[in-house]
Design a protein around this ligand. Structure first.
Ligand code: BG6
Ligand code: MG
Length: 220
C-alpha cells in the first residue's frame, strides 16, 4: 500500500548542481550588457523563472530592451546553459540524493518533481532519472513563478495528496516561500541563514536520513 506522505523535490540545486550553470550563463550575459552580477545577485534568481530572472537583471542595471532583444538574450542564455547541461551524466546527481530517492520508493512514498525549469525533462534524461518520479510539474506547466505555490500545489493534486502531508526540498528562498505558502513542510538544502524561512534546513542529503521524516508531524 502507498504511504500517504509525499516528497516533492526541486531540481536545480537540489537533485543536480545545475545552479552553478545558471549562475555562469546569467553572469556571462549580464556582464556582456554591462551589468554587474555576483553570487549575491544570483541568490535572488534561484527558483525564479527564466523571464523573471532576465527582468530582474535588467532592473538591477536600469536597462530596458525591446521585446525582440529580450527574447534573443533569453535564448542566448539558455543555449549557453544547455551547453553545460549536455555534459552531465548520472555522476552529477548530488551526493546522497539517489539513495534517498531509492529508499522513499522502497517505502512506497509518492515522489515528485516541482521545478521552475523548462529544461527539467532534458536534465532528468541526462542524469538518468527520467523514470524515477511519480509526477513532474515543470516550468512548462505553471503560469505563476515561485514564490507562488502553484507548482507544488499542482504536484500535490497529481499525487492525490494533501499539502500538509508533503515535504518539499528546496535550495532557493523563492521555493521555500512557495512551499510555506502552499502549507507544505519546507526542507531547505543549503545555507541555514539564507534559507532561514525553511521549517528545517540541511547542508546536503548526507546530513539526514529517512528516520528524520518519520518523526515529523504534518503541518496542521
Ligand atoms: C529554476 C532555477 O529551477 O529554474 C532558476 O533555480 C531558473 O535559476 C529556472 O531560472 C528556470 O529554468 P530554465 O531552465 O527554464 O531556464
Ligand atoms: Mg533550485
Amino acid at each position: 500500500m502507498q504511504n500517504q506522505t509525499a516528497f516533492i523535490f526541486d531540481l536545480d540545486g537540489v537533485i543536480v548542481d545545475t545552479a552553478k550553470f545558471h549562475f555562469l550563463a546569467w553572469q556571462k550575459l549580464a556582464n556582456k550588457i554591462g551589468i554587474d552580477f555576483s553570487e549575491k545577485e544570483n541568490e535572488q534568481l534561484k527558483g525564479v523563472s527564466r523571464v523573471k530572472s532576465l527582468e530582474k537583471i535588467l532592473s538591477w542595471g536600469n536597462k530596458t530592451l525591446s521585446d525582440q532583444e529580450f527574447q534573443r538574450l533569453m535564448e542566448e542564455k539558455n543555449q549557453d546553459y544547455l551547453n553545460y547541461v549536455q555534459q552531465m551524466s548520472k555522476d552529477d546527481i548530488l551526493p546522497g540524493v539517489k539513495s534517498f530517492l531509492d529508499e522513499l520508493k522502497s517505502k512506497h512514498h509518492p515522489i515528485a518533481l516541482g521545478s521552475a525549469s523548462k529544461n527539467a525533462k532534458t536534465i532528468l534524461k541526462c542524469v538518468d532519472l527520467n523514470d524515477t518520479f511519480d509526477a513532474i510539474v515543470d516550468g512548462n506547466e505553471v503560469t505563476k513563478a515561485k514564490p507562488n505555490p502553484e507548482v507544488f500545489l499542482k504536484v500535490a493534486k497529481l499525487l492525490n495528496t494533501e499539502p500538509q502531508d508533503c515535504f518539499v526540498f528546496e535550495d532557493s528562498i523563492a521555493g521555500i516561500k512557495a512551499a510555506n505558502v502552499g502549507g507544505m513542510i519546507s526542507i531547505g538544502i543549503g545555507d541555514k541563514e539564507t534559507l532561514r524561512e525553511a521549517d528545517f534546513c540541511f547542508k546536503n542529503f548526507n546530513e539526514f536520513d529517512y528516520q528524520f521524516f518519520k518523526n515529523i508531524k504534518s503541518k496542521t
